[in-house]
Design a protein around this ligand. Structure first.
Ligand code: ZN
Length: 175
């Protein structure tokens, strides 16, 4: 990861690895530039989309056929996290929603991401998938929602627990 960037995005001089603030970082070799690639985690917004006693899960393009997860997307510049998560819900499944609460914040080290998960109550209209990103959806009774390993699965687990529900956790290998 650290060696991915070879040149400075500001002045195009080469980057070099240096220890800054106790960690190895890529820094610009340009004398007057000073650019440092901090490699901070990228914020990802996630929504537990629900209405009545049902939760809506989605399957993104390229996932195995038995995988369903939360609506997620990158936090864009110029929007609040709450605005961003509602934008993603609208884009991916075509529903308007309202944020009910923050479920939690979860580290996803493998992807260098930080997942910010919200409880989103969605309206009763028909679901329209963004077919550029999503191939399928699944509606599951809240009582029957099973969780899965990973940050979004932990968010689902915490959300269920807040309603007094503890269900089986799926393995990624299970068909
Ligand atoms: Zn530079």
């Amino acid at each position: 990861m650290l060696n991915e960037y070879k040149f400075c995005p500001l002045c195009t001089d080469p980057l070099e690895t240096k220890t800054i603030g106790g960690a190895e970082r890529r820094q610009c070799t340009g004398k007057e530039c000073g650019f440092v690639f901090w490699n901070n985690p990228t914020p990802v917004l996630a929504a537990i989309t629900h209405r009545r006693d049902e939760v809506i899960l989605i399957q993104a393009i390229g996932w195995p056929k038995h995988w369903y997860s939360l609506v997620t997307g990158f936090h864009e510049a110029g929007e609040t996290a709450e605005e961003g998560v509602l934008r993603e819900v609208k884009e991916e499944i075509g529903l308007n929603g309202t944020v009910q609460s923050l479920v939690g914040v979860y580290s996803f080290f493998e992807m260098n991401q930080i997942i910010i998960a919200y409880d989103v109550l969605v309206d009763d209209d028909d679901i329209t998938l963004d077919t550029n990103e999503i191939v399928d959806y699944k509606i599951i009774k809240t009582q029957e929602l099973k969780t899965w390993p990973s940050g979004t699965g932990q968010a689902a687990k915490d959300w269920l627990a807040s309603q007094g529900i503890v269900n089986e956790e799926l393995s990624f290998r299970k068909k």
